[in-house]
Design a protein around this ligand. Structure first.
Ligand SMILES: *[C@@H]1O[C@H](CO)[C@@H](O)[C@H](O)[C@H]1NC(C)=O
Ligand SMILES: *[C@@H]1O[C@H](CO)[C@@H](O)[C@H](O)[C@H]1NC(C)=O
Ligand SMILES: *[C@@H]1O[C@H](CO)[C@@H](O)[C@H](O)[C@H]1NC(C)=O
Length: 204
């Protein structure tokens, strides 16, 4: 019994604990590359994304033309059909801001299609439609697992919070890709420091 406990302690400290995909069907793991977007004072260091309180006035750089604070990864997982899952865990380590997007699915030609944001209350919400996805779970210091499943064939999009199916919406046609990190919504403000770990992608 003691030996088993020691083994588990060593195993969990030595290896990254990979997430499992949610939802039905057979998933294939994929590893898209990404580029980093830093705008208006936002900065990315490894898997840590930081926004200051307010933008620095700069609109230069990839994805920076609207002058919003941004510190994000743009994954090169562009797709027009099939079923696509994102999984990852975020932990907010400091927050004085409000209404900050942590994960987006972009419609390649027209801009964001789905934006998952957090509020200072710890709520996770749908920035475009306003619906609450999960109440009070995104507290400073809490790790929250997010999975999204976008069935581009059936045009459905489902968000899982800590493994629970929490939100479903319809999707348009088009070309899509995922982003994660931190980005202030139209009504939002910094500051925030958030980490994303165990980010993984699967398709079927
Ligand atoms: C504003 O911040 C961005 C990075 O987010 C940086 O590239 C730019 O140089 C900064 N501009 C000023 C005026 O500080
Ligand atoms: C999933 O949702 C149920 C019912 O809303 C809740 O009791 C449970 O704690 C949730 N599980 C997680 C892991 O959040
Ligand atoms: C998404 O992009 C496609 C073209 O690729 C366009 O036909 C569609 O209207 C767009 N939908 C939204 C909601 O942006």
């Amino acid at each position: 019994m003691i030996a088993k406990k020691i083994f588990l302690a060593i195993a969990s400290s030595t290896f990254t604990l990979a997430l499992s995909p949610v939802g039905s069907g057979t998933w294939t793991s994929v590893s898209p590359s990404f580029s980093v977007q830093e705008c208006a004072g936002g900065s990315v260091s490894g898997d840590t994304f930081t926004l200051p309180t307010s933008p620095n006035g700069s609109t230069s750089g990839a994805g920076c033309s609207n002058g919003h604070l941004r510190a994000e990864r743009r994954y090169n997982n562009d797709y027009t059909s099939g079923i696509h899952q994102f999984g990852g865990e975020f932990t907010i380590t400091s927050l004085t801001g409000d209404r900050i997007a942590l994960k987006q699915t972009f419609n390649g030609s027209t801009g964001p299609y789905f934006i998952m944001g957090i509020k200072s209350t710890g709520d996770i919400y749908d920035v475009e439609g306003g619906a609450t996805i999960a109440s009070g779970v995104a507290k400073v210091g809490s790790t929250v697992q997010i999975n999204t499943v976008h069935d581009a064939n059936k045009q459905t999009y489902v968000v899982y919070v800590n493994g629970n199916e929490s939100f479903t919406t319809s999707a348009p046609g088009g070309s899509f890709y995922d982003k994660c990190g931190a980005y202030t919504s139209d009504s939002g403000s910094g500051a925030i420091t958030v980490t994303w770990s165990n980010v993984e992608f699967w398709t079927q």
